[in-house]
Design a protein around this ligand. Structure first.
Ligand SMILES: Nc1ncnc2c1ncn2[C@@H]1O[C@H](COP(=O)(O)OP(=O)(O)OP(=O)(O)O)[C@@H](O)[C@H]1O
Ligand SMILES: [Mg+2]
Length: 267
């Protein structure tokens, strides 16, 4: 796998992207992406289906090669060994463990403390403490010995977040963590993310179709559709009419506009 060159002077921001473009199966999926995320920010990414949100996250994680540009994570290229444990990844798929896998919440979270970077360095006592704290933070103390397959969708998301926390990740990326969980679970998950950001100083980048949820929690919002069409404070996120304008969509009816980024929004 080949990656773009490392940024010359990236500083130590959690994320510095310059002029990124990514192709999949020969087709340009995202292009001209410039994005800097500073320590302690909570950034929400929204955009219609197929607009390249997951592609962007996968490029940041170093899972996809890019056609042009550079990505620096704490000044290092994606997948640098020096980043081990600093970046946590939570996807909807990550909580969909195969049914035949029998693993308790505590075991799953414990896995988060193991990686090639610390396998021999972090002592058992410290690992146990990280696991205990992470489980407490997500409020799964009573479920810690329960099999993950028996948890609700929201609890499973929390378990996966706890795994990222146990690894002491400073920068947490989440792809659609709210899909398939009920309103109550959603609210408590958002509250948890907000606390992680404000009380623990974590940096959070979350992709979600749930515009309302993102507006409620993120400090800054990005509208992505092949490229970044809006990037600014949540309170100045454009209304639907302006958004249609940004997307180059002409009104069909007199008050016409577009609503498809809300199509998956929960009731
Ligand atoms: N493995 C792949 N090979 C080729 N093209 C792909 C692949 N995965 C995704 N794509 C294409 O890349 C585009 C962007 O997909 P991506 O999954 O990044 O969108 P998204 O914004 O995350 O969408 P959603 O909101 O549905 O999750 C889509 O047109 C999709 O068809
Ligand atoms: Mg996606």
């Amino acid at each position: 796998m080949q990656f773009g060159s490392v940024l010359q002077d990236p500083g130590d921001n959690p994320l510095e992207i310059e002029n990124l473009s990514v192709k999949r199966s020969g087709k340009v999926i995202i292009k001209d992406i410039d994005l800097t995320i500073k320590h302690g920010e909570f950034v929400g990414i929204v955009g219609p289906n197929g607009s390249g949100k997951s592609t962007l996250l996968l490029a940041i994680l170093g899972e996809l090669k890019f056609a042009t540009g550079t990505i620096g994570i704490y000044g290092k290229p994606p997948q640098s060994r020096k980043l081990f444990g600093r970046v946590g990844w939570v996807s909807q798929a990550a909580s969909n463990l195969p049914k035949h896998v029998r693993i308790t919440v505590r075991e799953l979270v414990h896995l988060g403390t193991l990686n090639a970077g610390n396998l021999f360095s972090l002592n058992d006592q410290r690992r146990r403490e990280s696991v205990r704290k992470a489980i407490e933070m997500v409020g799964l103390e009573n479920e810690q010995n329960v099999d993950v397959s028996r948890l609700s969708g929201g609890q499973r998301q929390r378990a996966v977040i706890a795994r990222a926390l146990a690894s002491e990740s400073e920068f947490i990326l989440l792809d659609e963590p709210l899909v398939g969980i009920d309103r109550e679970a959603r609210n408590s998950l958002l509250k948890l993310l907000d606390q992680l950001c404000h009380e623990q100083g974590k940096t959070i980048l979350m992709v979600s179709h749930d515009l309302t949820a993102i507006r409620q929690t993120a400090h800054r919002m990005i509208f992505l559709e092949e490229t970044i069409r809006f990037d600014g404070p949540t309170e100045s996120f454009p209304d639907l009419e302006k958004l249609a304008d940004l997307r180059g969509i002409a009104p069909v009816h007199e008050q016409g506009c577009c609503t498809d980024i809300d199509s998956k929004e929960e009731e």
